[in-house]
Design a protein around this ligand. Structure first.
Ligand code: NAD
Ligand code: ZN
Length: 352
């Protein structure tokens, strides 16, 4: 299965996303596979067996979000210089979003840009991180603050890789899929709800394909996030504060997004965009994948203030991305502070 991404701009950055068993990858140039020890141990042999290249190098970096930083990017760059890569050489990102974001960023920088191919191996990277061309690393000022929009040459999504994925990581990917359904496609949301993607591999591949189509559509309309791409942040405004408060260690990103969606839904309920039954339906759905739904806010005012951390002042408007029924969205930047805080208070009263 191939989905073509079309970008409206003078330079043609369109690229194919293949969904299905990893095909033969044949390159007439030098290639480096960038991966980490976890993924290499599980899946490198399979990729190597499909790969033909002029020369092939393996560049292994340590596993973990804390290694998604400039120092690691520079380590990869150094290896490329040592191996005398030229402008026609190619990188293959084999791993989750961390490897994908960092490899893409290195590809954008090496001699002002060489090609890269993504082989995403987590559910989150298959449905989200590998589509849209956002690349980058973290620094001490925050996440993904250093980076570039840089599109891969191709993406190869093979659900077989997911068989070794820990179940929490799987759930984190599911949260982003539920997000896509809730914002953009009622039929898709309901089909997700009716299946157990942990057990049904064919349904999983179909659902991944739908997510990729939806994200591709959004990104094609708005590559640089000036409009509709912001809708992908549903659950993230609240989720980012949860991640910050818990030092990015207690929850996986997708788990924070799950709780963030529950909070956003509560706000949507308060504003009359969805009803109580809908809010509950979402909670039940998330719970089925063991996703957390009940973050306890300790200090409502402090939580509210954290919405403004990346804003210049408290006068800045926060745009809340809210569901408008299933498969519809509303972007609201006029929600009074008291309304938001009254919703947050509901979570503060949680006794968990
Ligand atoms: N570029 C984008 O648009 C975009 C979108 C969403 C997230 N991201 C980024 O993606 C990153 C998160 O991605 P992630 O959730 O894939 O995390 P990750 O890359 O850290 O992978 C999670 C863990 O799973 C392991 N792993 C990967 N594949 C595996 C497999 N098949 N079997 C067993 N273990 C496997 C990894 O080694 C890692 O320990 C964040 O840095 C985030 O900023 C980027
Ligand atoms: Zn996300």
């Amino acid at each position: 299965m191939t989905i073509d991404i079309t970008l409206k701009q003078t330079v043609d950055n369109s690229y194919p996303i293949h969904i299905g068993p990893l095909p033969k990858l044949e390159f007439a140039t030098k290639v480096a596979i960038v991966t980490n020890p976890t993924v290499a141990g599980l899946h490198l042999a399979k990729v190597m067996s499909q790969l033909t290249a002029k020369e092939c190098y393996i560049i292994t970096v340590p596993d973990g979000e804390e290694h998604k930083k400039l120092a690691t990017a520079e380590y990869i760059l150094d290896r490329l210089f040592e191996h005398k890569f030229d402008r026609k050489s190619l990188l293959i990102a084999l791993g989750g979003g961390v490897i994908g974001d960092m490899t893409g960023f290195v590809a954008s920088m090496y001699q002002r840009g060489i090609g890269f191919v993504q082989v995403p191996t987590t559910l989150l990277s298959q449905v989200d991180a590998s589509v849209g061309g956002k690349t980058g690393v973290n620094n001490r000022f925050g996440k993904n603050l250093v980076g570039a929009f840089y599109q891969p040459k191709a993406v190869y999504i093979d659900t077989d890789f997911l068989k070794t994925l820990p179940s929490r990581e799987f759930g984190a990917g599911i949260a982003e899929m539920i997000k896509m359904g809730m914002m953009f496609d009622k039929g898709f949301f309901e089909s997700l709800e009716a299946t157990d993607l942990r057990r049904d591999n064919a349904a999983l591949a179909t659902a991944i394909r739908r997510c990729v189509e939806l994200k591709a559509e959004v990104v094609s309309q708005d590559e640089k996030e000036k409009g509709v791409r912001a809708v992908l942040n549903y659950g993230h405004t609240f989720g980012h504060v949860i991640e910050q408060e818990t030092g990015y260690s207690r929850y996986l990103h997708g788990e924070a997004v799950a709780m963030g969606m529950v909070m956003a839904n509560q706000l949507a309920l308060n504003l009359g965009l969805i009803d109580e039954a809908m809010a509950k339906r979402m909670v039940d759905f998330l719970r089925r994948y063991n996703l957390p739904v009940d973050y306890a806010i300790r200090d409502v005012d402090a939580f509210y203030t954290m919405f403004f951390l990346d804003k210049k002042s408290m006068d800045s408007k926060i745009t809340f991305i809210l569901p408008d029924g299933i498969g519809g969205y509303a972007m609201r930047s006029d929600v009074p502070a008291e309304t938001v805080k009254s919703v947050l208070t509901l979570f503060a009263k949680d006794t968990h």
